[in-house]
Design a protein around this ligand. Sequence first.
Ligand code: PDD
Length: 285
Amino acid sequence: MSIAFLDGHYLPLEEARISPMDRGFLFGDGIYEVVPSYAGKMVGFAPHIARMQNGLDAIGIKLDWSEQHWADLCKRLIDENGAGNLGLYLHVSRGADNKRFHGFPEAVTPTVFAFAFDIAPAPVADIALARPYKVSSTQDLRWDRCHIKSTALLGNVLHFQQGYEKGHGETILFNADNELTEASACNVFIVKDNKVITPVLDNQLLPGITRHIVLDVLRRDGTISIEERTVTMDEVRSADEVWITSSSKEIAPVVQIDDIPVGDGAVGPMWLAAQTLYSAGKHDY
Ligand code: PDD
């Protein structure tokens, strides 16, 4: 049985209850994080918490929790849930009011909810063991604040579903100018002529922690050149390799977009190089 945290208490997940007046429920008015943990060791804990604090500040939710407070919560969830391959879901909503009013209520206490869920074992840097993805692509129809990790995910959900209904594992997104933004729940990288290229951070995409770690381990290694810049749809379609990154997937190779092979349609050597560096370096973050 999974043990969750809700408003100061640890309890079985099935027993956790919130008010239907919670603004997270009524408006998607909240911020969340997903932190991966393997055998009791979290990856990217500090940057995940920093990003959550940025999100809370950006939408004016006042929650006075230190990084240590979050660390204690995560540690307890890991211990209570078997310390295997876990995703730690952390969620703060603005709280429950007694009326439905769009403006921020004066005196509500934020709702803090967290639970742990099983994730796949971390990817192994081995072409034969890679988990390749087939994805769809479509125009990004979400809002203009995709850098905020908001719990209001309907736009992402609808985009994910577009690909899922075609048997695809993700949907990659292009803005109205046919520039790559990200995927419904991942960041996207392309490889061309041994160069690793990913969209520059702006309001159109989430500043992914995995994206950050990938760029950092590549920079530390120094042998592979990197560009953070605008990436066009044509560049994606003619890339040698495409990767999607997220906390639970790490670096996942994409071998087909809209049923057209990426490069030669096989998992590429640059994926192997990047995942090798990621696997070796991720616990430094
Ligand atoms: N998704 N972009 C979007 C829209 C995301 O939702 C995510 C993460 C990412 C990758 O971010 P990170 O590397 O920090 O996990 C990019 C999480 C895992 C989710 O919603 O479940």
